[in-house]
Structures are given as C-alpha cells and as structure tokens.
Design a protein around this ligand. Structure first.
Ligand SMILES: Nc1ncnc2c1ncn2[C@@H]1O[C@H](COP(=O)(O)OP(=O)(O)OP(=O)(O)O)[C@@H](O)[C@H]1O
Ligand SMILES: [Mg+2]
Length: 329
C-alpha cells in the first residue's frame, strides 16, 4: 500500500461529499496556512492524487486545443497514464485525436448533467496510455441548463474526483470564453497552462483571466496555480514577437515557459488526419516542440516518466567504453 493512501482516500472522501468543495476548501486553507510540514504534506498529497491541468485562455484560436492534444500525446508516449478531457462544445480535441462528431456518443455533457459517471464515457485512443473524455456540441446547452443548479461550478470537479487515482495526468481543454464550462475547469484544475500568441492583442484579456482566477481561488479552489504561460505559433523573426515575449517575461517571470511552440504547418494539418502531430509526422518541428514542452512540464513538476526511467537504466547498463586516440598512452 502506498504510504500516502490513507491521506489520499481522506481527501477523496472530503472531495466527494455533497458539500465537498467547502470541506476541501477548508482542508486546503487549513493545511496550507498552519505549518510548513502540513503544507508539504498537503502538496505531497495533491501530487500523489495525479495532476489536473487546465489549458485555458478565453481568447480564441491561440493554440489551446493543439496544446491539449499534443501535450497529452507526448506525456502518454512518455508512459504516463493521461486523460484528455474535451470541455469545449466545438469538440476539436475529440476530432483532433480521431473521434469525429457523433451525436449518439455519450460525452462530458452527460457527465456534467449527472446522467452517467465519467468512467462510462472514457474512450481509449490510438496511443497506449492516452484516453479521451469526449466533448460534444450539447455542451453549449450545459451553460444554460446548469445555470440554476447550486453546484453548477463544481460538477466537473466532482466527476473527476474518482478518476484521479487512475491517471497520472488529466488535461482539460477549454472553450474560448469565461463561461460556466471554463468556470468548471478552473474549479477542477490544480494548475493552469495559458497558451498565448506573441502579439499585441494577446496581452489584452490576461488581466481579466487573472481576476477570474482570483475569484475562483477565493470561492472554490484556493490551491489553484498558474503552471505557466506558453508561447504558441511563434515566429522569432518578427520584432513584435520579441517585444511581446519580453513584456510577458517581465510580468510572468519564471512562469513563462522556456519552450516556445513555433508556427508549423504539420501541427495545423495533423487534426484533419485525427492524429496528434507525433503520430502524423514524428520528425516535424511541431513534434520536437511538444516533446520539449512535455519535458519542461515534467521537470518543473519533478515527475519522472517511465520512459525516462527506462532510458536512465539503459544508459547505466551500457558498457563504459574508453576511447583512446593515437599516440596511445
Ligand atoms: N504552432 C502552430 N503552428 C501552426 N498552426 C497552428 C499552431 N497551433 C495551432 N495552430 C492552428 O491554429 C488554429 C487554432 O488552434 P487551436 O484550435 O489549437 O486554438 P484554440 O485556442 O483551441 O481555439 P479555440 O479558442 O477556437 O478553441 C488551428 O487551425 C490550429 O491547427
Ligand atoms: Mg480549442
């Protein structure tokens, strides 16, 4: 038995109670404010439960879905059990990994409406270790249908709670709006990745996102953090891109990811083939960039992937050949 299991199951119980959000809220606030030991225990506990990462930006077309699909795929290819959750009525994350629109298929909509548990909706994908909780256009209705429910902002969080042990990472793709679906993502996520294009208008809206985040922290999710800001569709030949990068670095400091995703036509083509770029063109710059992003994400979170552990064992087992050059000594 994992030595943290008693704590994780306690957290699950608290999480899943009807008033789970309030109880977990108090538990998080209590443990993070009391002592450094309790705080580290709380953080260790969250780590043991599997990370939930929301990919958010209310601005449209900035590369959220491309990032959610390809980061999930690279993490799964590194051997981590990864669940991609498509919370967008456009359902681009679902079609982008090979699940075309199907109005009869159950989706996250049915889960949010309380019609079935998430386990019954999850689908395996072409990649081992990668699963999809599909979206559907019905999600548009969820914004209205859930408006009167008192727990409307916490539906996703409750639905994902029983899954946290089954996956190393759960990645949530958001719609381009600060609506009820995004609010559900902000309440469910542990941390947020914000993809952004290096252009002037990208900076607008960030203060709105940050103030929404503060309100969600106060109301539902006190331990919510920003994992990082990721520059996407980057073209380093333009002065504007460099200026915007500098501004973002001043503002976000080490939260700005070192990895940047270049503009790459293979990344744009891959979704029409229903594949992550790593399967569509393994040698493209897009594939390289998303593996680099996965590496940076894992390093920042001190997570060692099974593939990385295997690479270390293989390197250690390799005979240490000493090469001598003439004249031999
Ligand atoms: N690095 C890239 N290089 C080239 N094209 C890209 C790149 N990233 C994304 N794209 C393309 O840009 C468009 C928008 O990307 P994407 O759908 O990922 O953005 P989004 O933020 O999810 O959009 P929305 O807000 O509508 O959900 C898509 O056509 C996608 O294929
Ligand atoms: Mg999208």
């Amino acid at each position: 038995m994992n030595c943290l299991e008693p704590f994780t199951s306690l957290a699950f119980d608290v999480w899943q109670q009807p008033k789970g959000a309030d109880a977990f809220h108090s538990f998080a606030r209590f443990s993070t404010s009391q002592s450094p030991t309790l705080k580290s225990l709380f953080l260790l506990l969250l780590k043991a439960m599997g990370k939930i990462l929301g990919v958010v930006n209310q601005k449209g077309g900035v590369g959220k879905t491309t990032t959610a699909i390809n980061l999930s795929a690279c993490l799964a290819l590194e051997g981590l059990r990864t669940l991609l959750v498509d919370c967008d009525p456009q359902a681009n994350a679902s079609s982008g990994i090979g699940f075309q629109r199907d109005d009869n298929r159950r989706s996250i909509y049915d889960v949010l409406m309380g019609d079935c548990p998430a386990e019954q909706v999850i689908l395996p994908t072409e990649i081992d270790h990668l699963w999809l909780l599909p979206g559907s256009k019905n999600l548009t209705g969820a914004n209205v249908e859930l408006a009167g429910a008192t727990d409307r902002a916490l539906r996703l969080r409750r639905a994902l709670a029983p899954l946290r042990d089954a996956y190393d990472l759960i990645i949530l793709d958001c719609p381009p709006a600060l609506d009820l679906l995004t609010l559900n993502v902000l309440s469910a996520a542990e941390t947020l990745l914000v993809p952004m294009q290096a252009e002037y208008f990208a900076l607008e809206g960030i203060s709105e996102l940050i103030s929404t985040l503060e309100r969600v922290r106060a109301a539902y999710n006190p331990s919510l953090t920003i994992e990082g800001v990721l520059l996407t569709m980057y073209d380093d030949r333009t002065n504007l891109a460099q200026q915007v990068t500098e501004t973002l670095r001043e503002y976000f400091r080490e939260r700005l990811y070192r990895t940047v995703i270049p503009r790459n036509v293979r990344l744009a083509e891959a979704p029409s083939h229903g594949k992550p770029v790593a399967l569509y063109d393994a040698r493209s710059r897009g594939t390289e960039a998303y593996f680099e992003l996965a590496g940076e994400f894992l390093a920042r979170n001190q997570i060692e992937s099974p593939r990385s552990a295997e690479r270390k064992v293989a390197a250690a087992a390799r005979p240490n050949v000493k090469v001598s050059f003439w004249p031999y000594s």
